[in-house]
Design a protein around this ligand. Structure first.
Ligand SMILES: C[S@@+](CC[C@H](N)C(=O)[O-])C[C@H]1O[C@@H](n2cnc3c(N)ncnc32)[C@H](O)[C@@H]1O
Length: 463
């Protein structure tokens, strides 16, 4: 998953003064943002679209501030969805009709502002009620007004009743909660709490162009405080997230945004200048770029992915950083073409996975993933491992990585692979980061720390 989460810092409390429409009627500031947030939440929750796609489909909003507010509302609502749903259910006398699911989403937008933001309640209610009109449902304005005002009157009683089920208590779907409890009997509470929190913004300094110490000084001059990132040679963690446009030298390739757990990949693969390296699931290119930066740009790197749109992002990212690679559209489960004729010294398989380790950056994952996806993903990962293994030089190393917290996609996957191949042996992983698993190591999402990444290193031994 991409690590450049679109979420910004806490949106400013909105102004309460009205804005004039073209017809001269006064509308509370921010009603367009509330309507946009409701449309995005409806897309994710009822139509199964990703939050990134839903936000992109909104098109342009009046001001950058409106966009930040929409993002703030959407991320927050998806983090706390079972609580908002339980409140809405308690407040509605009967469920809304199917064709009014967008209004149901607007109710969640209204409630979230009252439960979890510093937006003044009168402004939150006024803008949300007006949003019903701008969504072409003026009849719902009085319903929203009454419902949100009742919430304000009965707040304590209603909130006390929203922790009745494990879903409401932990703000997680029950199937995933069950899987985490089984996989992580000692850690699951911390994991779930971290998944529901805001992630830190971590940078990877391009060491071809500068050093973390020098770049930290530039950040300081720009008024941005940062500290070095544990277990990362190139990482800096910002005290507060900031838009990338305010990062000094971003456009000139001095720095990228990349989670600390993701930064471990290039360090563990440790590819040296001149080596042939295959990044088999490369888009949007974060780990490809890091591999190149570590080797002074001197790798013979093939960046492969099936998704042509995401491959464009690899191209853009490498271009911004001043790096080059062979960028290829291809299928890692069925190697063919020139890239498949080569034998590689090192292969990175950053496999498509449940992305359960990056939920705090993509809270929609909690509501889009299904229990049955895990078996399908695990089968895809196994096909990739089997196909890519044939492209590895004897003596070479394949690093298997996922941003999953689930053993089926991680240690159980590698154990099964070792059972299928007698020329594969496990290589120890350097470092004391994360948690040791029966095979490989795992970082766990932690407040201020990395996302949840799993790594295992496999060496190709002689037959
Ligand atoms: C976890 S993401 C990779 C993130 C990337 N390594 C980075 O650090 O920026 C997984 C990628 O696998 C790609 N993918 C899915 N199926 C694939 C296949 N059969 N062959 C190659 N790539 C595939 C997806 O398009 C997605 O970009």
């Amino acid at each position: 998953m991409p690590t450049d989460s679109k979420e910004n810092c806490l949106a400013e409390p909105c102004r309460a003064e009205p804005r004039r429409t073209q017809r001269g009627r006064a509308t509370p500031v921010g009603s367009a943002s509330r309507a946009a947030a409701a449309r995005a939440i409806h897309s994710v929750r009822d139509l199964g679209r990703s939050l990134d796609d839903a936000l992109e489909a909104l098109g342009s909003l009046d001001e950058e501030r409106d966009r930040s507010l929409v993002q703030e509302l959407c991320y927050g609502i998806l983090r706390t969805l079972p609580r908002q749903e339980a409140l809405a259910k308690a407040l509605l006398h009967r469920p809304l009709k199917r064709e009014d699911r967008d209004l149901q989403a607007l109710i969640l937008v209204g409630l979230y502002q009252l439960t979890d933001t510093r937006i003044p309640p009168h402004a939150a209610v006024a803008a949300t009620v007006e949003a019903a009109r701008s969504m072409g449902k003026p009849w719902a304005a009085s319903l929203l007004n009454a419902l949100l005002r009742r919430f304000q009157r009965e707040r304590e009683r209603l909130l006390a009743r929203t922790e009745q089920t494990p879903e409401e208590r932990w703000l997680f779907p029950s199937w995933l909660l069950g899987r985490l409890q089984t996989a992580w009997p000692k850690h699951w509470r911390e994991i779930v709490t971290a998944c529901n929190s805001r992630p830190p913004m971590t940078l990877r300094v391009n060491r071809i162009k500068t050093t973390p110490a020098l770049y930290a000084q530039r950040l300081g001059t720009a008024g941005l405080a940062a500290c070095s990132t544990p277990d990362s040679e190139s990482g800096l963690t910002l005290e507060r997230p900031t838009p990338i446009t305010s990062l000094p030298g971003f456009a000139d390739g001095l720095v990228s945004v990349q989670d600390a757990g993701a930064q471990l990949a290039a360090e563990l693969l440790d590819a040296g200048a001149g080596e042939r390296v295959l990044d088999a699931c490369a888009a949007p290119g974060g780990k490809s770029a890091h591999l190149l930066e570590r080797a002074g740009g001197e790798l013979r790197l093939t960046a492969l992915d099936t998704d042509p749109v995401r491959l464009e992002r690899v191209r853009d990212n490498l271009h911004r950083l001043g790096l080059t690679a062979r960028i290829v559209r291809g299928d890692a489960t069925a190697p063919e073409g020139d890239w498949a004729k080569e034998r590689y010294h090192r292969i990175l398989l950053d496999a498509p996975c449940s992305a359960t380790g990056v939920i705090r950056r993509h809270p929609d994952i909690k509501w889009l993933r299904r229990d049955s996806d895990i078996t399908a993903l695990s089968a895809l990962q196994a096909r990739m491992l089997d196909a890519l293994w044939n492209l590895l030089e004897p003596g070479g190393m394949l690093l298997y990585a996922t941003c999953s917290l689930l053993p089926e996609e991680n240690e159980e996957q590698i154990l099964a692979f070792l059972g299928r191949r007698d020329d594969a042996c496990l290589r120890p992983l350097e470092g004391t980061w994360g948690v040791a698993r029966s095979i490989g190591r795992q970082t766990l999402p932690r407040k201020g720390g990395p996302d949840g990444f799993y790594y295992a290193a496999l060496g190709k031994c002689g037959r």
